[in-house]
Structures are given as C-alpha cells and as structure tokens.
Design a protein around this ligand. Structure first.
Ligand SMILES: [Zn+2]
Length: 158
C-alpha cells in the first residue's frame, strides 16, 4: 500500500529561461539556504521567496492529504504531475504525455476494453489525443457516462 500523493521535491534550477544552470543534488531540506541566491552562471534568482513558500505548502498539503485519505493499492497506476517553478510566483502543473497515455489505458481496462484493439495514444494526432484524454477525465468526473466514453474510445479502432 502506498500513500495517495507523493511529493518529490529536490534540485534547483535557474529561473532565467535562457540559462541552463541546474543542480539536481540539492535537497528539499536545504532549500531555505537557496532563497534569493544568485545563479553562479548568469546571476538571476535561483529560488524566489514566493516559490519557496509554495513549495513548502505543497509538501505540507501532501502530508495532510495522506493523513486524511486511505492508502492506495500497489497496483493502482500512478499519474505524475510536474510542478514547474520559474520565478513568476506562479506554478505550472504539467501532466506528461506518458502519464496521460497511462491514464487513458487505465480507463480502457476499467471499462473492460482491450487496449491492444485500439490505436495507442502515441499513434494519435494531438487533437485526437486531447479529445480522448479529456473524455477519460470527464468520465471520471461523472460528466460522461460509461457508454459515452466507451463509444469515444471505440472511435479509435485499429
Ligand atoms: Zn542562470
């Protein structure tokens, strides 16, 4: 059994989009030492106070969620969401295409459909991929019925 949410926070990178400075060895526990420190390559800020605060909130929130929610079965698939900090005091949450693909296949299996009979999400164009992924989310949020999402998936027969 695993925790429902896991926060993997480590590494530091330059906020300047034109700079490639990154140090993945930096531990979350040492982040406070990096707040408002200049990048050794270009001098831009490495970690703004606001980003550091958001980071701490994310970690705290993870602990709270895991305290209140029951554990997750080991076989339940994992969705990876990347939180990107870039010094704008806002966080970009990015779900990778790989994670979305896993999620779509998970929905197919849940509906009793054999993923081998459908085009893999990697064979689909961006628009079709988005449509399929959105349909799976709408199904999970109960705004699409089993039959509706099934017929969307069946539209992508091999
Ligand atoms: Zn830099």
């Amino acid at each position: 059994m695993k925790n429902v949410v896991e926060a993997k926070v480590h590494g530091i990178k330059c906020d300047n989009p034109d700079c490639d400075f990154i140090d993945i060895s930096v531990k979350y526990e040492d982040y406070s030492k990096w707040v408002d420190q200049p990048c050794p390559k270009c001098g831009a800020n490495l970690l703004t106070k606001a980003d550091y605060k958001i980071c701490r909130r994310l970690v705290r929130l993870t602990k709270i969620v895991n305290f209140f929610l029951p554990k997750r079965k080991d076989e339940v698939s994992t969705i990876t969401v990347e939180a990107k900090f870039n010094g704008t005091d806002c966080v970009d949450f990015v779900v990778s295409k790989e994670a979305k693909t896993k999620y779509i296949i998970h929905t197919m299996l849940f509906l009793g459909l054999n993923p081998d009979k459908y085009k893999t999400p990697n064979d689909l164009g961006d628009d079709d991929f988005c449509y399929l992924y959105t349909s799976c989310i709408q199904f999970e949020q109960n705004s699409l019925s089993k039959e509706e999402v099934r017929s969307v998936i069946e539209g992508y027969h091999l």
